[in-house]
Design a protein around this ligand. Structure first.
Ligand code: HEC
Ligand code: HEC
Ligand code: HEC
Length: 129
């Protein structure tokens, strides 16, 4: 009986560990800027995976098209958030500022602030100018 339980427990451990092993490592501190096809109008934005990991945010909350094992696409990948402008969800801007999505920087941060937690929401908190 014990053996069976241990085997079952071991299977669960392996299953639980597999996605983590398959996930590409999250890059250290990043500086985010528009893709070469777009002209930057604001200062680039610093982003830390570490700080967000400590806030216990799942990879797939932000990487919302990720299948949990393969490569992780950049936000501005073709067919994702690769359009100019601000309104449509396919714009580069929407990936980071859409207010109705917790996958966007600003959308999630606004929710956090509503819940009484601290996260930057002012332009200058993310863009130095
Ligand atoms: C929580 C962080 C955050 C806040 C707050 C924020 N942004 Fe952004 N913004 C980003 C990120 C990340 C990008 C993508 C990287 C880049 O382009 O610098 C971006 C990109 C942009 C872009 C497109 C790229 C460019 O340089 O033109 C514009 C325009 C922009 N932001 C304007 C604003 C304005 C205006 C505000 C305030 C209303 C604001 N942002 C608030 C994170 C933020
Ligand atoms: C709070 C949001 C957020 C979370 C949570 C998050 N990431 Fe990211 N990650 C980003 C952003 C933003 C980028 C930059 C994307 C870009 O360049 O377009 C990025 C980039 C990456 C890249 C590089 C992709 C490329 O463009 O080549 C990898 C790999 C990655 N993340 C892995 C992870 C893993 C693994 C986890 C979970 C442990 C994770 N991320 C959690 C926001 C997040
Ligand atoms: C799903 C929710 C969520 C998303 C999406 C998210 N954040 Fe955050 N962010 C948080 C939380 C929670 C904190 C507070 C973390 C802490 O306790 O320090 C935070 C803190 C920060 C801080 C202040 C701490 C630091 O690292 O200096 C910055 C800057 C920041 N986020 C930038 C970004 C940018 C840029 C993006 C988009 C590329 C982003 N965040 C997306 C939840 C989120």
């Amino acid at each position: 009986m014990h053996r069976i339980l241990l085997t079952i427990a071991a299977c669960f451990l392996i299953l639980a560990a597999t996605p983590a092993l398959a996930a590409p490592p999250a890059p250290a501190d990043m500086r985010l800027a528009p893709p070469p096809s777009m002209q930057a109008t604001k200062a680039p934005v610093d982003f830390s995976h570490d700080r967000h990991g400590k806030a216990a945010i799942d990879c797939a909350t932000c990487h919302h098209t990720w299948d949990g094992k393969g490569a992780i696409a950049s936000c501005a990948a073709a067919g994702c958030h690769d359009q100019p402008g601000k309104k449509e969800s396919t714009t580069f801007y929407a990936a980071f500022h859409a207010k109705d999505s917790t996958a966007s920087c600003l959308g999630c941060h606004k929710d956090m602030v509503k819940q009484g937690r601290k996260a930057p929401v002012a332009c200058k908190d993310c863009h130095a100018n």
